[in-house]
Write a protein that binds this ligand. Structure first.
Ligand code: SF4
Length: 89
């Protein structure tokens, strides 16, 4: 989907716990199998992002051996070079 040019909401990046929770709530309100919705709301991109080239690989939710996002609201397969705005270290 991302290779096909899916536009996702990379901004605003949640700057505090309240904003982070607001994005999580948006995700929880989606139907469980709405993969495209999850990608859009969480702002997925298929490359490193931002001045610091943030990547899933350095995110606290990334499971290296499974190539999986462990954030319950996402729970999708991800590549190490991808990123989303729920990135946390
Ligand atoms: S929360 Fe986002 S940046 Fe972190 S592993 Fe999941 S998809 Fe990647």
């Amino acid at each position: 989907m991302m290779e096909d040019g899916l536009e996702t909401q990379t901004e605003p990046f949640p700057e505090d716990h309240v904003q982070f929770e607001a994005v999580l709530k948006e995700l929880r309100d989606l139907p469980k199998d709405d993969l495209e919705g999850k990608l859009v709301v969480s702002g997925f991109v298929d490359h490193p992002y931002g001045e610091d080239d943030q990547r899933c690989l350095e995110c606290m939710y990334y499971l290296v051996h499974r190539k999986w996002c462990d954030l319950p609201e996402l729970a999708v397969p991800v590549e190490p070079e991808w990123w989303c705005r729920l990135w946390r270290i």
